[in-house]
Design a protein around this ligand. Structure first.
Ligand code: ADP
Ligand code: MG
Length: 238
């Protein structure tokens, strides 16, 4: 069964429809990447799954539960943003523990989960630091740690690496891939970067102006693009 189901979802802002009926099934443990140019509707789609935008029509289900009208806090998801959205006044430990504290998780359980995530993300030496005392890559790891400790049904990533320099981006890509293998995390990952999509995705969705032009394994999409747009966006440079 799919962990996340998006069925024929549309989104209208004012009088303008920006998502025109997108359907995606994300299987348990699957890493799905939504790739497309700026403005094609990637963030809007993700924000609807997260509950940060209402769904105009269609249905979203997480772990078998229809969530159209469920508050963000009550959805079984965790989101990682491009700007990290860490709490500047809190230590790394407290940033990672915060969501669990709010959820009423017992202290020993919080400490165990945070320690585990810190070890996995090589953050152990930095647990007492504030976000401003970290590098961009370390901050991004904290943002991922905060998501991991909550053990959500679905991870949502919105261009998490786009604020990092090119070298770090490549390194973090490998780390995310490694985490994905280790944790078998079910993920919906948004990027405008074709290489990132090809590297990370079990299946990728190529979005074009509010529509999913193609859904398939990266090599399948690369070798057999469904539309001219996909060919131009994913295809090898001439
Ligand atoms: P992407 O993440 O792929 O760059 P977005 O989902 O941010 O694209 O935007 C898709 C379209 O929806 C764009 O045309 C954008 O201008 C529009 N849009 C996004 N958010 C809003 C909003 N809150 N109000 C009005 N239009 C919006
Ligand atoms: Mg966006």
């Amino acid at each position: 069964m799919a962990t996340l189901t998006i069925s024929n979802v549309t989104k209208t802002f004012g009088k303008t429809e920006v998502i025109h009926g997108v359907s995606i099934d994300v299987a348990d443990g699957e890493f799905i990447v939504i790739v497309g140019p700026s403005g094609c509707g990637k963030s809007t789609l993700l924000r609807m799954v997260a509950g940060l935008e209402t769904v105009t029509s269609g249905e979203i289900s997480i772990a078998g539960r229809r969530v159209n009208d469920v508050e963000p806090m009550d959805r079984d998801i965790a989101m990682v943003f491009q700007n990290y959205a860490l709490y500047p006044h809190m230590s790394v430990f407290d940033n990672m523990a915060y969501g669990l504290k709010i959820a009423g998780t017992a202290k020993p359980e919080i400490e165990e989960r945070v320690a585990q995530a810190a070890q996995m993300l090589q953050l152990e030496p930095y647990m007492a630091r504030k976000p401003r005392e970290l590098s961009g890559g370390q901050r991004q790891r904290v943002a991922m740690g905060r998501a991991i400790v909550r053990k959500p049904a679905v991870f949502l990533f919105d261009e998490p690496l786009s604020n990092l320099d090119a070298k770090l981006r490549v390194q973090m890509r490998l780390e995310i891939k490694e985490l994905q293998k280790r944790l078998g995390i079910t993920s919906l990952y948004v990027t405008h970067d074709q290489v990132e999509a090809m590297t990370l995705a079990d299946r990728m969705i190529v979005m074009n102006a509010g529509r999913a032009d193609q859904i398939g394994a990266p090599l399948e999409v690369y070798a057999d693009p469904a539309t001219e747009f996909v060919a131009g966006f994913i295809g090898s440079p001439a």
